[in-house]
Design a protein around this ligand. Structure first.
Ligand SMILES: [Zn+2]
Ligand SMILES: [Zn+2]
Ligand SMILES: [Zn+2]
Length: 352
């Protein structure tokens, strides 16, 4: 996440809708990728979901015939708002959803809504299992469905413990499901022997193995012993598609985490730990992976910065008496998968 400031110089956050120092109304403008104050000369207006319900702080051009921002226009179903608590839960969902869309747009991807592009577009169904018990979080044909109840922290923690997960967040759900959407959009239509499909299979395994069977085996037996050597989470071991989704979600997490640090002026190479964790001289490679090109060197240095920083995060949470903030281990095989995610993200940038 970038660092944002108000016209008055005060710090603003991604979710801010008002400057706490000067009192001006502010919002995030996805076109300029920055937070702006809502002055008449700015040519922007607030998203209607912000004006009416207080669940969105994004802006859109004043001249636009639309009333919803680019992120809210992707909603196909929103929760039933006559149920009082749904508004609060929906607001939490929208923050996580906008953070996903922010990162994908920052990566240079074009993200049409399903209404604009029925084939390549993306839509969200945000539905509560209270009113619709059959709903499960997932992706199908460009529609990401999320269970609204997951925005209830207690509900989500109970699920996390029952599923034996080390981390379960709303943002993680959105990032994970975005991977299934991107797989369908960019990889599913390629020939099975296309280089990208072959690269996928080499890293993640044969995607044609029976999905329903693989998942029911996973839920019956759990992840195999030693999964940490090959997968970022236990769930990733269930099927190559889930491995991809967990890896991609993790890739986005690192992107966002490092951007936040660097925008706040934390230079990882200046940390004491960097002496042992970062490559010493220019051109020296991290020992964990072979370099296979110039941009690969950049990727490896990037990953090393994150591994150094995440160690610091865990030491800080330890000092606070909390469990590790970053309960993951990046093995060599996971690093290779992250490298492929990085490669795909470059391919999926808009080039026109
Ligand atoms: Zn201000
Ligand atoms: Zn909006
Ligand atoms: Zn999945």
């Amino acid at each position: 996440m970038q660092r944002f400031t108000c016209d008055c110089g005060n710090v603003l956050f991604f979710g801010s809708s008002k400057c706490l120092k000067c009192g001006q109304v502010v919002g995030y403008d996805p076109q300029s990728e920055t937070m702006v104050t809502l002055r008449p000369d700015r040519g922007v207006k607030r998203c209607d979901n912000g004006v009416r319900y207080g669940v969105c702080n994004w802006l859109l051009p004043k001249s636009s015939p639309e009333v919803l921002c680019v992120a809210c226009r992707m909603n196909r179903t929103i929760p039933e708002l006559h149920v009082e608590r749904n508004l609060m839960l929906w607001g939490r969902m929208e923050i996580a959803k906008r953070q996903l869309i922010y990162t994908l747009l920052r990566l240079g991807m074009k993200l049409p809504s399903k209404a604009e592009s029925p084939e390549a577009g993306l839509a969200f169904d945000i539905i509560s299992t209270v009113s619709n018990p059959a709903v499960t979080t997932g992706h199908l044909n460009g529609v990401i469905t999320v269970n609204l109840e997951e925005a209830d922290d207690t509900y989500r923690q109970i699920n996390r413990q029952q599923l034996g997960e080390s981390s379960r967040t709303l943002l993680g759900h959105f990032r994970h499901e975005s991977a299934h959407y991107l797989w369908r959009r960019y990889l599913s239509n390629l020939a099975w022997d296309d280089p990208q499909r072959l690269a996928f299979r080499e890293r993640f395994g044969d995607e044609w193995i029976d999905y329903a069977g693989a998942l029911s085996t996973y839920y019956a037996r759990g992840a195999p012993v030693g999964w940490e050597q090959s997968f970022i989470t236990g769930y990733a071991a269930s099927h190559p598609w889930e491995d991809w989704a967990e890896t991609w979600a993790h890739y986005l997490q690192i992107i966002d985490g490092l951007e936040t640090c660097e925008s706040l002026g934390i230079q990882v190479q200046h940390l004491a730990l960097a002496l042992v964790m970062l490559p010493g001289e220019a051109g020296t490679l991290p020992s964990m992976l072979e370099q296979s090109g110039v941009s690969d060197g950049e990727f490896l240095a990037w990953l090393q910065r994150w591994m150094c920083l995440s160690t610091v995060l865990n030491e800080i949470s330890h000092s606070l008496g909390e469990p590790p903030l970053y309960p993951f281990v990046i093995s060599v095989r996971v690093a290779q998968k992250l490298r492929l995610a990085h490669h795909f993200s470059k391919k999926w940038r808009i080039t026109e």
